[in-house]
Design a protein around this ligand. Structure first.
Ligand code: URP
Ligand code: ZN
Ligand code: ZN
Length: 460
């Protein structure tokens, strides 16, 4: 059925105008004033509302065996939460354990999404070991539509790879035209400092940050930059949290290193005092790299404004407070890492970024949709509003006022890190390839409608 969205104010990364959008089948057919509805078309009145391209979250965990437990969401709850929050495409990290087979893991992760997801999705392929067999399989996986790898310079003994593996992964990526996303923290420093803190009886959530301070992250970025420069690969730093790490990335970029930077909505809105909350409440705010000193927030917002930081993600990694975060009650190194926010990214960016003037509407679209699509080979099918693009649209109501609460969230989780936070806007209608998935802020989508997005290698 055709869909006509009338009188909305269309906002892309570089344009702003009032027009109607006619969607036919899965795509945008026409954009113009006073378009008439074909017979049987649904007409949505978007007067007084913004129309954004569907948002894309470039860093999500859904199926995640990690730290002795499993992340809570599945593709039904995660895609529902994503859509209610305006995210129409997500990129999940496929994270095999070191002993696992890469290809079997890729198929396992694909199987978790197929037939369940209500939004579109693709994967970054985790390279958690590198040997001849893995290399062969990675080539196959790239042929199956993956153009980004993921490496961890942290999590010794779990996902982390050594320097030989890192070097060879980057060489392969360079050869194939694949971009390598990387978690940058020096794992030896993390392990040593954690051991010292625990031995000194400093076991609570507040000690997670001192176990991996800003220099540990900056060292990780510097390390990656050196390897990237020598291999000529292209990389993307995930969840960058602080000024010191950003300085390392920018210095490398100035030398010609091909590096993009992602920060998270958590680092922009929360700071390390949240992880210092009493009675183990701080465990809700444990993630890696950790929440930082508040001074870093201004640096990250400025980085977004200046185009130095390319994207804002969530690193959605959902673990319940009860039973899961509680696994680390006597030892912060056992608290499953992650602050879930797949559902809230856009409303938080809008309310705490656009409304107070830290970023404008174009930057919102750019960092949460367009740049993601460009970096990961989805543009212009995704990431903008133009004829021929997928009809992934977010009709956003800037007059809505509400509050975030665990009582109303779609994520399958027993807490919200943003409980009680005010929201000044929300997605009213969301479409995925021409199908309405959210109406009046409520999920009305279809599980299984979401498609795997095959991506071609080559730098974008
Ligand atoms: O704390 C985090 N970031 N949890 C998820 C795993 C990862 O490092 O991406
Ligand atoms: Zn990470
Ligand atoms: Zn992650």
């Amino acid at each position: 059925m055709a869909l006509l969205i009338k009188h909305g104010e269309i906002i892309t990364a570089n344009e702003r105008y009032v027009a109607d959008i006619l969607c036919e089948g899965e795509s945008i057919r026409r954009i113009g004033r006073n378009l008439s509805a074909p017979q049987g078309a649904e007409v949505i009145d978007a007067r007084g509302k913004y129309v954004f391209p569907g948002f894309i979250d470039p860093h999500v965990h859904i199926y995640l065996p990690f730290m002795g437990t499993y992340a809570k969401d599945d593709y039904c709850s995660a895609s529902r939460a994503a859509l209610v929050g305006g995210t129409t495409t997500l990129i999940e990290m496929c994270c095999p354990a070191r002993q696992d087979d890469a290809l079997a893991s890729f198929e396992l992760w694909q199987g978790k999404a197929a037939g369940k997801s209500a939004c579109d999705y693709t994967f970054h392929m985790g390279v958690t070991k590198f040997d001849a067999r893995t290399e062969k399989q990675l080539r196959q996986i790239v042929r199956r539509g993956i153009n980004s790898f993921k490496v961890f310079l942290a999590y010794k003994g779990a996902f982390g790879i050594d320097d030989t593996e890192l070097y060879r992964t980057l060489q392969l990526a360079r050869e194939l035209g694949v971009i390598v996303t990387a978690h940058c923290e020096n794992e030896t420093l993390v392990a040593e400092r954690s051991r010292e803190l625990i031995a000194a009886g400093k076991t609570g959530p507040r000690y997670h940050e001192p176990s991996r301070p800003v220099l540990v992250e900056a060292e990780g970025v510097h390390h990656l930059m050196t390897f990237t420069e020598l291999t000529g690969a292209a990389v993307y730093i995930v969840h960058l949290s602080c000024q010191e790490a950003l300085a390392q990335a920018l210095a490398a970029r100035a030398r010609g290193v091909r590096v993009s930077v992602e920060t998270l909505i958590q680092y922009l809105t929360l700071d390390k005092s949240y992880a210092e909350k009493p009675r183990f409440e701080g465990a809700k705010y444990v993630m890696s790299p950790p929440l930082r000193d508040k001074r870093n927030q201004a640096v990250l917002w400025q980085g977004l404004r200046d185009g130095l930081v390319q994207t804002v993600a969530t690193d959605h990694a959902p673990f319940d407070f009860r039973k899961q975060k509680e696994m680390g009650r006597n030892d912060f190194t056992r608290i499953p890492n992650g602050i879930p926010s797949l559902e809230e990214r856009i409303n938080l960016l809008y309310t705490y970024g656009v409304k107070p003037g830290k970023i404008n509407l174009h930057t919102l679209v750019n960092v949460a949709s367009t740049q993601v699509a460009k970096i990961f080979g989805l543009f212009p099918r995704k990431g903008t509003i133009q004829p021929g693009a997928d009809a992934d649209l977010v009709v956003y109501d800037p007059e809505y006022r509400g509050k975030i609460s665990v009582q109303t969230q779609q994520m399958n989780l027993d807490y919200s890190a943003f409980e009680g936070w005010k929201i000044a806007g929300r997605p009213d209608v969301v479409t995925v390839r021409g199908q309405v998935a959210v109406r009046e802020g409520k999920f009305v989508g279809r599980y299984g409608h979401g498609q795997f997005l095959a991506r071609r290698p080559g730098y974008y």
